[in-house]
Design a protein around this ligand. Structure first.
Ligand code: FAD
Length: 455
């Protein structure tokens, strides 16, 4: 008998419970499949598509060249492949996003109608969505309580290896062409090396070089103080379970804080699973009467990193150039769009989502809502990030800004954060500030007051 293992956000071979389940369920062989779904493929941005394609290719190497790529709507493609190969069961890691879980229900039904089992094992998270509840049996609304329950529960140990024999199935030419085209897209930025061995290498470097100072350095935009693992976690090239097991014997505040960040990832996935609407709508109704501005030229300046605020522009240019942005700067750029330009957060969230290698609807859209003041544990609306003081604090020598904003490289030290205060500040054609932060902060607070009065 043959089983079918359908990989999605679990593009790896190691620490993969669903692979063990697929291998256990058969005495014969396992067919491993990835589906290029045109609906998803075409909706993601060029960079995300290329990263996924490179990750799929690297996964094929992990599976000794035995990964089959198919093209089409999984609701048709998976049942058709299952019938063609003659499998008894289809195995997946459980998908918990609104899109993924809806799709899976339909695929599972089509399979069951054909007498084929649908088996879900594991999730992309250390502790899967829906696992943790309050004493009252509801989901957690705030992170601190979730974090406590998450620690008490503990993550399972990594899964062992499986060495099944593989069932070779031909890939679709259209799927292979789509993967190639994604990686050859004109003007594509340089991507990091994809795949699980690259992820593990980065993880080991982080453990050796940065974990000890993580607690303090993680906020410094000018340092390599964070793991840079988010693009790998996104596609499942590495699983948080593996990270937590490696951290087991270590101590220190760096370790504690890093583990908390992994808990944030699980928390946001849990919130999205419980409240799917929060993906693209306000989680809370705290700002239900907030007036927002239309998208205009200022938003385009924000997108291009030409707001005239160096720390904001450095962040947006880092995003455009690398597909990644430092967490602190994500908060500052998101605050600028929502509080200085008064634009509703989904406008920025969708821009980020398409350009980030780690673009993830749970972490991204709830990260945006945290900043905007509509999410879980939301920063109080009146806490408006000041792009100048944030820059001076988290890029004190100005190195981060100079790296991404070449027009300001003639300014030394923290002078780069305020070119308007220097007689030769605008020598290289850097734009003047598109808005006055102090004035827009005032406008934001006035709108907040009127929203409160109307609530
Ligand atoms: P590290 O500091 O090394 O953290 C390790 C891992 O913990 C990360 O890889 C990530 O999986 C998780 N993590 C860290 N911080 C957070 C957080 N605040 N929320 C959830 N998980 C976290 N993260 C994404 O993975 N995808 C997104 O699309 C995304 N969009 C964001 C948008 C905004 C507006 C904000 C404020 C944050 C967003 N984040 C997102 C969270 C965070 O910025 C990134 O996870 C982090 O910058 C990734 O870099 P790293 O891997 O070096 O992180």
């Amino acid at each position: 008998m043959t089983t079918l293992l359908w990989l999605r956000r679990d593009l790896r071979r190691a620490d993969l419970p669903v692979l063990l389940a697929a291998a256990d369920a058969t005495s014969d062989d396992v067919a491993v499949v990835f589906v290029v779904d045109p609906a998803l493929w075409q909706s993601g941005g060029t960079v995300r598509r290329a990263w996924l394609a490179a990750s799929v290719q690297a996964t094929n190497d992990s599976y000794d060249g035995q990964l089959t790529v198919l093209y089409g709507d999984p609701r048709d493609v998976i049942p058709a492949a299952a019938r063609r190969i003659g499998v008894t069961s289809v195995h997946v890691s459980r998908e918990t996003t609104p899109f993924g879980s809806r799709r899976d229900q339909q695929v599972a039904k089509a399979l069951r109608d054909n007498g084929i089992d649908w088996v879900e094992t594991g999730t992309p998270y250390a502790i899967g969505p829906g696992t943790l509840t309050t004493k009252a049996g509801t989901g957690f609304k705030v992170f601190t309580a979730y974090r406590r329950a998450w620690s008490d529960h503990g993550a399972p140990a990594p899964a062992g290896d499986a060495e099944p024999s593989w069932r070779n199935v031909d890939s679709d030419a259209q799927a292979l062409a789509a993967l190639r085209a994604a990686q050859d897209a004109p003007g594509l930025i340089d991507l990091p090396e994809a795949g699980e061995s690259a992820a593990l290498g980065r993880w080991r470097d982080f453990l050796d070089e940065a974990l000890g100072d993580y607690d303090t350095d993680r906020d410094r935009a000018d340092r390599h103080g964070t793991s840079g693992l988010s693009p790998y976690l996104k596609v499942g090239a590495i699983h948080p379970r593996t990270l937590l097991a490696d951290l087991g014997s270590r101590s220190g505040t760096g370790r504690y804080t890093f583990v908390s960040e992994l808990a944030w990832r699980d928390f946001y996935a849990d919130v999205l699973w419980r409240q799917p609407r929060s993906g693209w709508h306000d989680l809370t109704d705290a700002l239900q009467h907030m007036p927002y501005d239309e998208v205009g030229p200022d938003v385009e300046a924000w997108r291009q990193g030409r707001t005239g605020y160096p720390f904001v522009d450095a962040g947006m240019r880092q995003l455009l150039a690398t597909g990644w942005m430092h967490n602190r700067v994500r908060m500052v750029t998101a605050s600028f769009l929502t509080k200085d330009l008064h634009v509703w957060w989904p406008v920025g969230a969708s821009f980020f989502l398409n350009r980030l290698l780690d673009g993830d609807v749970a972490s991204n859209n709830h990260g945006w809502q945290w900043v905007a003041g509509t999410g879980t544990d939301a920063a109080p609306y009146f806490r408006v990030f000041n792009p100048i003081t944030q820059g001076k604090k988290f890029d004190p020598d100005g190195d981060y800004v100079r790296r991404w904003v070449p027009e300001l490289r003639h300014l030394s030290g923290s002078a780069v954060h305020e070119p308007w205060r220097h007689t030769d500040g605008y020598r290289e054609g850097y734009p003047e500030r598109i808005v006055d932060h102090a004035a827009e902060r005032h406008v934001a607070l006035e709108r907040y007051q009127s929203n409160r009065a109307a609530t």
